[in-house]
Design a binder for this molecule. Structure first.
Ligand code: NAI
Length: 329
């Protein structure tokens, strides 16, 4: 049978991972024929809680789970890993400014970027979920000079899935009727979910909805503010849906996107669509043979142009902020 794929996961004792790890071990990430070995990273005070999670993984007797290692040293945990899901991050506490958040996370993602650079397998793919995801991915990428830049992605798939759900509800369709959804920009409140290229049973979504007022005043803010709405309702941030989106992204990056559809992935910009080169920004992407491509040639109307520019300006500001903190060169 296949050799196990080594999957590193950080923040492994946290709430996203309490859902994510069990789904990886059950085969949701790489399919029913691919054994996996988990490499779980946590901070020292959380290792005891992580041992409890490992006991539950043991007790699930997953046939595909060939091994689990835990630790608080990235150099050891990342040794030989093929995939890395960077979930653990410093959350924003009350009154914390975005700059403080960037600095606190800078320390985590410089260390982890270097550890991946020095110890991961040659085919390493890195997906950052921990917020601020796009800029954390930029920091990790910038601190891993020997790993090709395209191997660093950030998660905007949750936003993509949220946008599909909102559109489906509006037009009375199911999510499987919807294709070609796109999230542009940053995983933040400035992100731009684009209905002008989305299709509902092959029909243009913006034309079908035919309601610019709904699009601007309901759809966009609902998708952009969904994280806050979950916190308000649940008293805790999205965890199961974030785990699900993390799996969706990495699954598609490894195994490919369906014919005649694309997904939203935050990837290092090559300058496509006027997004400044090097920013890790969300684009419509297809994947084949484990390599993504940014979908080219989409027409961007003036409304979309302004939204994409606003979100990528925010990413450029974050890049300047981490540059001035010395976290990237
Ligand atoms: P959580 O606070 O429950 O868990 C985070 C875990 O990370 C904690 O156990 C903590 O000890 C660990 N951690 C902190 N620093 C670490 C380090 N240096 N190395 C290894 N582990 C470390 O948080 P939760 O709910 O699991 O969320 C994790 C992150 O995902 C947060 O940053 C959150 O904002 C982000 N998120 C991103 C989404 C996206 O769509 N991109 C959606 C939802 C959450």
């Amino acid at each position: 049978s296949n050799a196990p794929v080594k999957v590193a996961v950080t923040g492994a004792a946290g709430q996203i991972c309490y859902n994510l790890l069990f789904r990886i071990a059950s085969g949701a990430l790489l399919g029913p024929d691919q054994p996996v070995e988990l490499r779980l990273l946590e901070i020292t005070p959380a290792l005891k809680a992580l041992e409890g999670v490992v006991m539950e993984l043991d007790d699930s007797a997953f046939p595909l789970l060939s091994g689990v290692q835990i630790g608080d040293d990235a150099n050891t945990v990342f040794d030989g890993v093929n995939l890395a899901l960077l979930i653990g991050a410093r959350p924003r506490s009350k009154g914390m400014e975005r700059a403080d958040l960037l600095e606190a996370n800078g320390a985590i993602f410089t260390t982890q970027g270097r550890a991946l650079n020095d110890h991961a397998a040659a085919d390493i793919k890195v997906l950052v979920t921990g917020n601020p995801a796009n800029t954390n991915a930029l920091i990790a990428m910038s601190n891993a000079p020997d790993i090709p830049r395209q191997r660093f992605n950030a998660l905007t798939r949750l936003d993509h899935n949220r946008a599909k759900a909102q559109l489906a509800a509006k037009v009375g369709a199911t999510v499987s009727d919807i294709t070609h959804m796109t999230i542009w920009g940053n995983h933040s409140a400035t992100q731009y979910p684009d209905l002008f290229h989305a299709l509902v049973r092959g029909q243009n979504a913006a034309d079908l909805v035919n309601d610019q007022e709904w699009l601007e005043s309901t759809f966009l803010p609902t998708v952009q503010q969904r994280g806050a709405a979950i916190i308000e309702a649940r008293g805790a941030s999205s965890a199961a849906s974030a785990a699900n989106a993390t799996i969706d992204h990495m699954h598609d990056w490894v195994l490919g996107t369906p014919e005649n559809d694309w997904v939203s992935m935050s990837v290092p910009s090559d300058g496509s669509y006027g997004v400044p080169e090097g920013l890790i920004s969300s684009f419509p992407c297809t994947v084949s043979g484990g390599e993504y491509s940014i979908v080219q040639g989409l027409e961007i109307n003036d409304f979309s142009r302004a939204k994409i520019d606003a979100s990528t300006a925010e990413l450029a500001e974050e890049r300047e902020a981490v540059r001035s903190l010395g976290l990237i060169s």
